[in-house]
Design a protein around this ligand. Structure first.
Ligand SMILES: Nc1ncnc2c1ncn2[C@@H]1O[C@H](COP(=O)(O)OP(=O)(O)OP(=O)(O)O)[C@@H](O)[C@H]1O
Ligand SMILES: [Mg+2]
Length: 281
């Protein structure tokens, strides 16, 4: 079972759009997928047409141990389940302060899925912060995907992400790896996008071999800016269902192919990884 947190503390970089559409694309390819909405904004849930009202079990109830992941998940399309969230989840930050072992709540809740190989993929849509919810995601997963919007400030928050993942990997989860960087809202052909990608490669080359970023790759699939991606949440559908032939759907299907290819041992393919870049330097 691959477990992936989609995180970046920067807002509006494509975390939710990528979590939902990558999850849907993997489900379309026949993988059993569960998407965990860990953002109190509940955007991933709304994107898939689920508004978690007060009577619906949600991620909040899992964190407060009132329910299990299995009892809170819902099937939203073939092969794709969702554990929804709503604004209640915002209370966890305060409610869990001082609770011993609060960083491990999600990992513990997910253990039986790991033991039983319940899903092929569990994908977590993290909120735009580095609080208790994101730390729980990083403690529970083995992989992190980072969406980046290639603009002037894109790399500014990266060192904070670097520190946080390194800290979690040292203290809470030795197996944590940043395995992929997704370039979202990509404006192909612009000088700025190309410059940011070059800076990013430089940043990765400089990460040392013990860091969780040592095997990070920049996915070759670029997620272009595409209006269908912005429209589809309003229809409660992934872009794959809403606009199957659109650039947005094609880009996420192509990303899913790359993610599936990583399942194979020959993960060094043509993708750019920091280890490969160091070897080439
Ligand atoms: N490739 C794209 N083309 C067009 N619009 C996009 C694309 N990716 C994301 N968007 C739109 O940009 C906005 C921000 O995207 P999204 O919600 O995925 O970011 P986020 O990182 O999850 O934000 P937050 O930090 O608030 O959780 C949304 O309105 C979304 O529909
Ligand atoms: Mg979001």
């Amino acid at each position: 079972m691959r477990t992936i947190a989609v995180m970046n503390q920067k807002g509006g970089v494509g975390k939710t759009t990528s979590s939902v559409n990558l999850a849907a694309a993997l489900a379309r390819q026949g993988r059993r997928v569960c998407l965990l909405d860990l953002d109190p904004q509940g955007h991933a849930s709304l994107h898939l047409g689920i508004e978690a009202g007060p009577d619906m079990p949600s991620a909040y109830d899992v964190f407060t141990r009132q329910t299990t992941l299995d009892d809170s998940r819902q099937l939203v399309m073939d092969n794709l389940s969702l554990v929804p969230s709503n604004i209640d989840l915002a209370a966890t930050e305060l409610e869990l302060a001082g609770v011993a072992g609060r960083e491990f709540l999600l990992r513990n809740a997910m253990q039986h899925w790991k033991d039983q190989e319940r899903f092929d993929y569990v994908i977590m849509d993290c909120p735009p912060s580095l609080g208790v919810l994101t730390i729980n995601a990083l403690t529970a997963v083995s992989e992190v995907f980072i969406p980046l919007q290639p603009h002037f400030f894109a790399l500014q928050g990266l060192s904070k992400l670097f520190e946080t993942t390194a800290l979690v990997s040292r203290r809470l989860n030795r197996g944590l790896r940043v395995s992929g960087i997704m370039l979202c809202l990509y404006e192909s052909g612009t000088r700025l996008a190309a410059d940011v990608v070059e800076d990013l490669k430089h940043f990765l080359v400089c990460s040392d071999g013990d860091s969780p970023w040592a095997a990070a790759r920049i996915f070759r699939s670029r997620i272009r800016r595409n209006i269908k991606l912005a429209e589809s949440p309003g229809f409660g559908q992934s872009v794959i269902d809403y606009a199957p032939g659109s650039a947005g759907a094609l880009d996420y299907l192509s990303l899913a192919d790359e993610v599936l290819a990583m399942e194979l041992a020959a993960a060094d393919g043509p993708a750019v990884t920091s280890t490969a870049m160091r070897a080439a330097a």
